[in-house]
Design a protein around this ligand. Structure first.
Ligand code: BG6
Length: 512
């Protein structure tokens, strides 16, 4: 990671980060630990302050204590009291009811006053860590409070997903925001883009001849993207009921990952060059007709089951979820990308909650060689697999065939796994650290541009409409299983299988 000192010196980094939703879960679990770890790694500018805005009545002292407790729980680095003192002094709490427009002028006065004390020069990051219902009103408040009128300073808006609920609401929200901020100052978060191995996709592809020269339908049989979780919806039943797996994971994280895997090399590493190539992939995704939806999409919802030996409830029994809910907690989809590089090579994706595995990975399955010299009597030739492990292990896995020197005849797959030895393993920075660091630097590469979001909604809307028109026999998979049977049939029909992370041994080279 580039340090601030190495960044372009003309970029003014000093600023106040205003977090709306300062008492919320995201702030305590992710944002504050990220800020602490940036202090730890000496990546925060000297002139920097945080103003957490929340509806609860609290003093700054009380708020700082809450943050301290959260850091103890969620920070990846241990809390060093000296560093905490350094961060603590910069954190302030401001009480505001989001609907109270006059309150925003007072917030503005507070920020201007703090600018003088902290030397932050009027620069602002406005971070909306609130439920989507408040996005619009807060942006209006920021404008009404005169917080974006400073011509000598910059103001950036950071907005969490979901960006809208469908194409229509996303467009409406975007238009509202554009009345106040320009596209260049809007940072739409997709926290997966901040994960180490997601950033590594482009490096693996464009810095390794052995991969990039084979990176097409000529040599790749299929691509699989699996984001699997053991967690259920926990306390988020209300949000999830209006979301489901397609809005929650596919429209954002999965389409973003898919576009990075499939895109053409950008002409350079500038933000807009990369985003433009990603967008072309999203546009090339085959439009879903009713027939394609019927054949290529599987929905699931978990029933009761066991996770790691502990009995858990079914989705319909979760808090704030109706007992006849038809919301999908699992989705498996076969995407076709209709361009020269990918026509004929399917991209299978799956994501789900309460599954028997926790892992996020991309599997590239290469085509097999003809079984002429070897494997003549055996049906199975293990394919070459390249696996980009996003979490919980971080690194790259590669499978290739070799002789088994013990038996002297057999051909076996060797499994090379860099997950432990790769520099990316170990105490890697959390996605939010990278993302906040980039917002400070004004680098929007890891954030979604509006046209990418718009194109993703066009795809997601079709899938969601189809799900809403149909009645499904839910629940159709047990908690702790690997999802509905139909998800396996989706690949079996094509003579393929999901590559299961459990199968990828963690030994560097085994089986030989
Ligand atoms: C969020 C979704 O965007 O991503 C959650 O809203 C999901 O439902 C989470 O659990 C997964 O992120 P991670 O980083 O834990 O894999």
């Amino acid at each position: 990671m580039q340090t601030l000192a190495e960044c372009n010196p003309v970029i003014e980094l000093s600023c106040i980060m205003v977090i709306f939703g300062g008492t919320g879960d995201l702030t305590h679990r992710k944002l504050m630990p990220a800020l602490y770890n940036l202090v730890y790694d000496k990546l925060l500018p000297e002139k920097f302050a945080v103003v957490s805005v929340g509806r609860r009545d609290k003093s700054t002292e009380e708020y700082r204590n809450d943050v301290y407790n959260s850091l103890q729980k969620y920070s990846r680095n241990k809390i060093d009291e000296c560093l905490w003192d350094e961060l603590k002094e910069r954190i302030h709490y401001f009480r505001l009811d989001f609907g109270n427009m006059e309150g925003y002028s007072k917030l503005n006065d507070f920020l201007q006053d703090l600018d003088i004390r902290a030397g932050t020069g009027g620069n602002r990051i406005f971070y909306l860590a609130v439920a989507p219902d408040y996005f619009d009103i807060i942006v209006q408040g920021i404008q009404a409070g005169g917080m974006v009128n400073n011509e000598k300073a910059w103001a950036r808006l950071v907005i969490e997903k979901p960006f809208g609920k469908d194409l229509k609401t996303a467009r409406k929200l975007n238009n509202k925001i554009l009345e106040v901020f320009t596209e260049n100052d809007i940072y739409r978060i997709d926290h997966y883009l901040g994960k180490e191995m997601i950033q590594n996709i482009m490096v693996l592809r464009f810095c390794n001849l052995v991969f990039e020269s084979l990176w097409s339908n000529k040599f790749i049989d299929n691509v699989q993207i699996s984001l699997l979780e053991k967690e259920g919806v926990s306390t988020r039943g209300e949000y999830y009921e209006n979301s489901g797996a397609i809005r929650d994971m596919v429209q954002s994280h999965i389409i973003q990952i898919l576009s990075l895997v499939a895109m053409e090399p950008p002409v350079n590493l500038r933000t807009e060059s990369i985003r433009t190539e990603k967008l072309k992939v999203i546009h090339a995704i085959d439009e879903f007709t009713p027939e394609l939806l019927r054949d290529n999409v599987v929905f699931g919802q978990y029933g009761r089951g066991m996770i790691d030996g502990v009995p858990v409830r079914g989705y319909r029994e979760e808090d704030k979820v109706p007992d006849n809910s038809d919301t999908e907690t699992f989705a498996a989809i076969k995407f076709h990308i209709n361009n020269f590089r990918w026509a004929g090579t399917p991209f299978y994706i799956r994501t789900g909650k309460r599954l028997g595995a926790y892992s996020a990975e991309i599997v590239i399955q290469f085509k097999s060689l003809p079984n002429i010299l070897y494997f003549r009597d055996r049906a199975v030739q293990e394919p070459n697999l390249l696996v980009i492990r996003i979490q919980p292990n971080v690194g790259v896995f590669f499978q290739f065939n070799t002789r088994n020197f013990r038996t002297n005849q057999e051909i076996v797959p060797a499994k090379m796994d860099t997950s432990y030895s790769s520099p990316a393993s170990g105490n890697t920075p959390e996605a939010y650290e990278r993302l906040i660091f980039d917002i400070l630097r004004g680098d929007a590469t890891l954030f979604s541009r509006w046209d990418e979001v718009e194109a993703s909604w066009m795809i997601a809307d079709k899938i969601i409409e189809y799900r809403e028109q149909k009645r499904f026999r839910f629940p159709n998979y047990d908690a702790g299983s690997m999802g509905p049977v139909k998800a396996f049939e989706l690949l079996a029909r094509d003579g393929r299988q999901w590559w299961d992370s459990e199968k990828f041994s963690l030994l560097k080279i085994d089986n030989i």
